[in-house]
Design a protein around this ligand. Structure first.
Ligand code: COI
Length: 363
């Protein structure tokens, strides 16, 4: 049920389409999908050279050839996005707020001295790629087609400077939920994901690489994810793993603000806050102290903790550990707010709920 202005997307870019000879689809079991392990038949590729985007094409998904001196490999000029396409029972395909991803990749790109991707080009590429691989969008409840746009410096270059040549590629992958079991987290007080003045607000590949080692230590200690805290004092909460994080304390939904640019302004994050406000919940975007969360866990006012992100959508947290003390959170089925918002989002994305915000694009 789509309401509001017509969000059918017009195509303005000149994209050449070369179709694959055969499809890998017969080898995919949509009832048994693993996150990020299977890739659809086609990908979009564009080159940035001589100050402009060129060679826009959709072609069979395949390895790409790069120079060993490719700048992204050495100096990390690489940013990405994550978005999803959904299919309803009638086979119609929807995208959720794709223009937000188009804007955000350019914020990330600007921070890493990379060229802007015109929003029209981004949107056309996503739309046409999803159209070409429409059969790859799972209709199974809880599943979707994950879309991974990424931009990286492809110039053969050893000097440290912003590259002059880039590639913008999009591929897609049918996925199910990101977490298959309980999410137990630890509040990290030694390592940091981001610092003020850094690149925490950008979806930069290096942010994820820097998180791997502390996350590995956390996993070895039995934690699914780490809750990142500020780099100066480890006193303020920032994110959880690769997600934004929210706390339902008393009658308020509280989440770290993004002004210090150490956290990513997630599309799911923004959507959840809007929906929560509409449900009459008091929303607070501000600095969140570790101590207030622990205090709330101790005095029983911490009703819910959940991560938000494109991959996970809403990931309810089962327990939080801080300085060796574990706090178990209420049973998942009793979490009224995250369950309700999760359902609204799911219905919207599958075209089952009235889209009063104009968030849904029909392909
Ligand atoms: C997303 O939610 O799209 C993410 O960025 C998580 C991803 C690293 C799997």
């Amino acid at each position: 049920m789509i309401k509001g202005e017509d969000k059918t997307m017009d195509i303005v870019s000149n994209i050449k389409i070369e179709r694959s000879n055969g499809s890998k689809l017969p080898f995919v079991d949509f009832n048994n999908i693993k996150f990020g392990k299977q890739f659809s038949d086609h990908m979009f590729v564009a080159d940035y050279k001589d100050g402009e985007w060129q060679n826009l094409k959709i072609m069979p998904y395949a390895p790409i050839t790069l120079s060993p001196a490719c700048a992204a490999i050495h100096y990390g000029q690489s940013v990405f996005e994550g978005m999803k396409a959904y299919k309803n029972e009638d086979g119609e395909i929807f995208l959720f707020r794709p223009e937000e991803n188009a804007k955000r990749i350019n914020k990330s790109a600007a921070r890493l001295c990379m060229p802007e991707i015109p929003e029209d080009m981004f949107m056309d590429a996503v739309k046409q790629l999803v159209e070409v691989d429409a059969d790859w969008v799972p209709a199974v409840e809880g599943c979707s087609l994950y879309i991974r746009p990424f931009l990286f410096a492809s110039e053969e270059l050893l000097g440290v400077r912003p590259a002059d040549e880039y590639k913008f590629i999009i591929f897609t992958s049918p996925v199910n939920g990101y977490y298959s079991d309980e999410v137990h987290v630890k509040i990290e007080t030694e390592y940091s994901r981001a610092c003020e003045g850094g690149v925490g607000y950008a979806k930069a590949a290096g942010n994820y690489a820097a998180a791997l080692y502390p996350a590995k230590l956390g996993q070895e200690a039995g934690f699914k994810q780490l809750v990142w805290t500020d780099a100066k004092e480890h006193k303020y909460i920032e994110e959880a793993g690769t997600m934004n994080i929210m706390f339902h304390i008393g009658d308020a939904l509280i989440t770290p603000n993004t002004e210090l640019k150490t956290t990513l302004a997630g599309v799911t994050r923004g959507s959840v806050l809007t929906l929560a406000e509409e449900l009459g919940v008091k929303v607070e975007e501000r600095r969140v102290t570790v101590s207030e969360v622990i205090e709330a866990a101790k005095n029983g006012t911490l009703k819910d903790v959940f991560g938000t992100g494109t991959a996970a959508t809403i990931a309810q947290v089962s327990s939080i550990t801080y300085e060796g003390e574990r706090f178990d959170l209420p049973a998942l089925e009793t979490r009224t707010l995250s369950n309700e918002i999760g359902q609204v989002l799911q219905d919207l994305k599958r075209g089952r709920a009235e889209d009063t915000h104009n968030w849904i694009y029909k392909i």
